[in-house]
Design a protein around this ligand. Structure first.
Ligand code: ZN
Length: 172
């Protein structure tokens, strides 16, 4: 079988898992200080609390300074979010407060593919969450002719083969 077909077969098997998990994702939200993004990604439920926390810490820090060293104008904090996914990330992303999965586009790299391979070790069924993760790693495969991502492509193929092995056994 061609590598493209193997990856496609694994994706077909995982599609129902991905479909079940996808609605649970939230858009990536973050806090901005003077319209510059701060570290940390949040879900829609947690981002306002995170904003208040940033603001509180900022004001506490300002209060500790002598008056002449304080900011002339205090920073303004706001929130924003990435509507409908498409936010590229090195790895699957979670709300920093509650751990909910956030909707990001994960590009396959050696780390995240190896992690998925480890997750597949010794299991007989795949959770919706793992199915969703593997589906998108396969979906974003670099392909046969990308010379800079040969190792990733080989690992992705291994991931597809392991997935088929597990899901084909389960469907016997
Ligand atoms: Zn959250």
């Amino acid at each position: 079988m061609k590598t493209k077909d193997i990856i496609q077969q694994a994706k077909d098997l995982l599609e129902e898992y991905e479909k079940r998990y996808y609605p649970l994702l939230d858009d990536v939200h973050w806090v901005e200080e003077n319209e510059c993004s701060t570290d940390g990604d949040y879900c829609s439920d947690c981002v306002d609390d995170a904003k208040n926390e940033y603001r509180r810490n900022y004001l506490l820090k300002q209060r500790k300074l002598t008056i002449e060293r304080r900011d002339k104008e205090f920073s303004k904090f706001s929130t924003t979010y990435n509507y409908g996914g498409g936010y590229e990330d090195d790895d699957f992303n979670y709300c920093n407060s509650c751990g909910k999965s956030l909707n990001v586009v994960v590009l396959p790299n050696e780390n995240n593919i190896r992690e998925a391979l480890i997750d597949l070790r010794g299991i007989t069924g795949i959770s919706d969450y793992l199915g969703y993760k593997i589906y998108w790693l396969l979906y974003n495969d670099w392909g046969n002719d990308d010379e800079r991502h040969v190792r990733e492509h080989i690992l992705t193929l291994e991931l597809a083969e392991k997935t088929i092995e597990i899901l084909a056994k389960k469907n016997l």
